[in-house]
Write a protein of this length. Structure first.
Length: 368
């Protein structure tokens, strides 16, 4: 069964064809980073406009890569939410139109469930699949949330229970804000990850302690950490000149990693490393604690921040020490894509969960 997936929840317009929920026949993603870069984050109105421009050619390219025609598709899966309402509406409207014109079933998919299926897509390609029950950390620019994932054998699907979530900034959002504060451009995650690895053992100019939250021990909070970086930079005026130099370089279009690295002092590199240490430590600590309490078989980590090299290495080392397996998607499947939407749609299709022309965007759609 071949399903065309459409994803437009934020700033990537994506389409993919997936067979039987696990075999990727094509996957195309049109990024909007260049559009939003000068604003330091996603501008919803611009995102919607770009989706309108990209949706038709992206779907066409996905079909060409899969060597298929629209008539060969068995069903269409589309992201219902959560996400930016205008962006979601572009994908939903196009998906509904295709389904009606082709007389094909339409399946609504939760974007977060797509991230769970991204892990299984990768596992299907590379080796053994994760054992359930599992704890799944979805961590990106818009989401930092922990779920328990169990098999729903009656419907051949997954059953979800939310364990914890961010109370303020998502982890990826904190990366973007710190990168902007330090004059390192947008998006922040990839460049901060590479700079953190370039410290060469330089001692940190400040130490960030463990992040404290009251109430649910599996809730996250990164706003305070971001503010701590801000206060440190304000209190040490020696950062100001190099920040200004990097901002001027970015304005000239000099944004390659090597160019930015040359404009970073050892002190700045060590500050970036300490920030990343704090984020990674918190994500791993809370996820492993939840896994231990729930006696799960596996840990799943997905979302854009799951591409972070230090996060991957730390999870693998610490999970191995506890006798747990940890599974990630590839970096291409970690960020928003439509293959994960098509994969999730396959299992909802088999369960008979179809949408109709009344389908609407739900920007706050919950998974559990």
């Amino acid at each position: 069964m071949r399903i065309l997936g459409i994803e437009s929840s934020c700033d990537e317009t994506a389409a993919a064809v997936v067979a039987d929920g696990r075999e990727i026949l094509s996957s195309v993603v049109a990024s909007q980073i260049d559009v939003h870069r000068k604003y330091g984050g996603v501008v919803p109105e611009l995102a919607s406009r770009e989706h309108l421009r990209q949706i038709v050619p992206v779907v066409r390219e996905a079909l060409e890569q899969a060597k298929m025609q629209l008539a060969d598709i068995d069903a269409i899966g589309v992201t219902e939410g959560p996400g930016l309402v205008g962006a979601l509406l572009v994908g939903i409207t196009y998906g509904k139109t295709l389904a009606a014109a082709l007389q094909k079933p339409l399946v609504a998919v939760n974007h977060l469930e797509g991230h769970v299926h991204a892990v299984f897509l990768e596992a299907h390609k590379s080796g053994p699949e994760p054992k359930l029950p599992a704890v799944c950390l979805i961590v990106s620019g818009g989401h930092t949330v922990l779920y328990q994932v169990k098999p729903d054998e009656a419907h051949d699907m997954f059953d979800y229970r939310k364990i914890g979530q961010t109370r303020d900034d998502a982890a990826g959002e904190a990366y973007d804000k710190v990168a902007k504060l330090l004059g390192l451009g947008y998006p922040g995650g990839p460049v901060l990850d590479r700079l953190a690895a370039a410290t060469n053992g330089v001692p940190a100019p400040v130490k960030f302690g463990s992040i404290k939250t009251r109430g649910n021990p599996y809730d996250f909070s990164f706003s305070g950490l971001k503010t701590a970086v801000l206060y440190h930079v304000r209190e040490h005026l020696e950062y100001a000149q190099e920040i200004r130099g990097r901002e001027e370089a970015l304005a000239r279009g000099e944004r390659k990693f090597e160019q930015l690295l040359a404009l970073c002092s050892p002190q700045t590199l060590a500050l970036v490393r300490e920030f990343q240490n704090a984020v990674v430590r918190d994500l791993v600590d809370r996820t492993l604690a939840a896994a231990e309490e729930l006696s799960v078989e596996s840990i799943l980590v997905s979302g854009g921040v799951a591409a972070n090299s230090q996060l991957r290495a730390t999870f693998e080392d610490r999970a191995r020490a506890k006798g747990l397996e940890v599974f990630f998607p590839s970096r291409a499947l970690s960020t928003d894509n439509a293959a994960m939407i098509a994969a999730a749609a396959y299992f909802r299709f088999r369960a008979g969960q179809f949408a109709d022309t009344s389908l609407n965007a739900d920007p706050s759609l919950k998974l559990a």
